[in-house]
Write a protein of this length. Structure first.
Length: 309
């Protein structure tokens, strides 16, 4: 028996959160007993201009949950769903940020809606479980990345090169760029650029500096940089604690200009002395533990446990 699954997206531009919803759509597409469709929001970019383009034949313009056996929601998808939901319809809710546990967040009220919740990290699970508001089962399935796709960007980086991904901390990123530019070849992004440009910049640089928000649900760029750059400098952002370990697979200074600069110089010294080899090995092992296959297998196991498969 085939289960028809409805996804819903308002898609403005690429983000890690948007990518993860697409990953779960593809997980469903890979299973012979699941038949996924995407309800494409009327405020979304044209689907042909997004990574969803290969699946435009599965896109529908009307969000009609009643016509489906299972609904997959993330973020503010709840707002439109609650106006249309079917009685006792099973819902999978992807939780991608610790902010869901913040009573002031716009997504907080939806924790009381019945659903099976997939948290992208153990930190997110602990955060929402701690609210005592969650209606339904919660499980942590750590985010996976498509290593096969990333392998296309692997190259020999320029010596003494640094990439700064600063979209979420643009002022700090510019300050770091200015301070490091006399010694290092710098690529710095403080505005949104195509994902492939970000990945190519990571692969072109020995050291990647990642500047997240103070709190994140997981922070996928850290895994991408662990594969593509020689060393990663990334502050703690709560959601990355389960896979970023200071001095083991990356350097984790506080989100502070002076400490970040010190970490970059330390990373450069490690690279020049071969002291980075242990960190590089551990980083690769971390990536290998976060493949899309592991994520997919865990998702299918969950669906089986709740009686969908």
């Amino acid at each position: 028996m085939v289960t028809k699954v409805l996804f819903h997206r308002q898609y403005d531009r690429y983000s890690g959160g948007q990518q993860k919803v697409l990953d779960y759509f593809e997980h469903c597409l890979a299973h012979p007993e699941l038949e996924p469709y995407i309800s494409w929001g009327d405020q979304s970019a044209p689907i042909e201009t997004t990574p969803w383009q290969p699946f435009k034949n599965r896109a529908i313009t009307d969000f009609r949950p009643n016509n489906f056996d299972l609904v997959f929601l993330a973020g503010m998808d709840w707002k439109e769903y609650l106006d249309r939901k079917a009685e006792d319809q099973p819902v999978i809710n992807l939780i991608q940020h610790v902010r869901h546990a913040n009573p002031e967040a716009n997504v907080y009220p939806y924790l009381s809606e019945a659903a099976t919740r997939i948290c992208v990290s153990e930190e997110v699970k602990q955060a929402i479980d701690g609210t005592n508001r969650v209606n339904g089962r919660t499980i942590a399935i750590p985010n996976g990345i498509d290593t096969g796709y990333l392998d296309k960007f692997v190259k020999s980086p320029t010596t003494n090169s640094v990439y700064i991904l600063g979209l979420k901390q643009p002022e700090l990123a510019k300050e770091l760029e200015s301070a490091l530019s006399q010694r290092f070849e710098i690529i710095c992004h403080t505005d949104h650029v195509p994902r492939n440009q970000v990945l190519d910049s990571m692969a072109s640089s020995e050291i990647t500096i990642l500047l997240p928000h103070a709190t994140e649900g997981f922070f996928l760029p850290a895994l991408e940089a662990m594969l593509l750059s020689k060393l990663v400098v990334v502050p703690d952002c709560v959601g990355n604690r389960s896979f970023c370990v200071d001095g083991i697979n990356c350097l984790m200074p506080d989100l502070d200009k002076g400490l970040l600069l010190a970490a970059v110089h330390s990373a450069s010294g490690l690279l020049r002395s071969d002291g980075a080899k242990k960190l590089q090995k551990a980083a690769r092992e971390t990536v290998e533990a976060h493949t899309l296959k592991r994520e997919r297998d865990a998702f299918f196991k969950l669906l089986s446990a709740i009686g969908i498969l």
